[in-house]
Design a protein around this ligand. Structure first.
Ligand code: C5P
Length: 317
């Protein structure tokens, strides 16, 4: 006969976390971004390959009597901290899903610039989901978090996942790309200002109405093969971004940034997502540092830095 359980064993209250929960979340770039036609719901059908790169925001969640957000770093004073902020929207979405009160004191340390095509806002939303899930002891799995993430924004599920992943639908359906472990080395040229993602998509629709052809909706096989081969020259030839024409149309000086990166010896350059950040693929970390040094001196970007990918998505640290 087994001993009956000591009632304390199962009546013991679940531990509530009183200490802060700190979550680090990366920026994303799109190695391949194929934009289909405009859908009825105002989104475009996408086939994209995301990669999370080592440029991070950090979100700290503490217990609180209401839901508050404070911040420091990139965008402080510009970014609204009210219910329109994706962090607050994500915390509320998790609370609604789990039946919790959305009470937390959230603090964001931002390094990822705003409206840069690096999904900084979506990254912060992913961080809020992961942090509040721990703070509130709701313990959802990554799949459930990704489900809530999709209701907050198209890129948010990827930033919960991280790594390199194929995104379909409006970008919210993500599955990891299987490839042998390898670090890709990027130079990231951050512009002095931002571009609105909806405006860039609208500009693409306008250019297409004016005759810019739709690209064929095929899975990015060459890119997948390049990732498996771990050959930067092959990957360089397979990078593609349908939003680039629209970003360049709205911000023509980015052509100079792209040319400058190639002049500095990068293997390839492209606009990241909806821009205006430009990213340059390099052969290895030393090459990336050399390109970044030279590009930084050319005055074609506000900040030039290096970042490797893929890295993990939003994680408690
Ligand atoms: O999903 P998210 O809120 O991040 O998207 C921001 C905007 O980008 C959308 O309102 C839409 O204008 C545009 N978008 C799009 N098609 C997608 C993703 C985003 O048109 N697949």
């Amino acid at each position: 006969m087994t001993e009956p359980l000591d009632p304390d064993e199962y009546e013991r209250p679940r531990p509530t976390r009183v200490g802060p929960v700190r979550v680090r979340v990366p920026a994303k770039i799109n190695l391949h971004l194929q934009v289909g036609p405009l859908r009825q719901d105002g989104y475009h059908e996408l086939t994209t390959v995301y990669q999370a790169i080592g440029l991070y925001d950090e979100l700290t969640a503490r217990p609180g009597d209401t839901l508050t957000l404070t911040m420091e770093g990139e965008g402080t004073g510009e970014l609204p901290l009210d219910g329109s902020n994706l962090v607050i929207r994500a915390a509320r979405a998790l609370a609604a899903y789990t039946g919790r009160q959305p009470h937390a004191r959230l603090h964001l340390r931002k390094h990822i610039p705003l409206a840069a095509g690096l999904a900084g806002g979506s990254a912060d939303a992913a961080a809020a989901l992961v942090a509040c899930d721990v703070l509130w002891d709701t313990n959802l799995g990554r799949d459930e978090l990704a489900h809530i993430a999709a209701s907050v924004g198209s890129d948010v599920p990827f930033l919960v996942l991280g790594g390199t992943a194929l995104g379909t639908g409006r970008g919210e359906r993500v599955s990891p790309v299987l490839a042998p472990p390898h670090s890709w080395h990027w130079v990231v040229a951050i512009a002095d200002g931002g571009l609105s993602t909806p405006e860039v998509y609208r500009e693409l629709d306008r250019l297409r109405e004016a005759g810019l052809p739709l690209t064929d909706a095929v899975p990015p096989e060459a890119l997948m093969a390049a990732l498996r081969q771990r050959d930067p020259e092959v990957l360089a030839a397979a990078l593609a971004n349908d939003l680039q024409d629209a970003s360049l149309s709205l911000w023509p000086a980015l052509v100079d940034t792209l040319e400058a990166g190639l002049d500095c010896g990068a293997l390839a350059g492209m606009v990241s997502g909806s821009g205006p950040t430009c990213v340059f693929l390099c052969a290895d970390s030393r090459h990336a540092m050399a390109v970044a040094d030279e590009l930084g001196a050319m005055n074609v970007a506000r900040t030039v830095l290096t970042a490797a990918g893929p890295v993990a998505g939003a994680r408690v640290c």
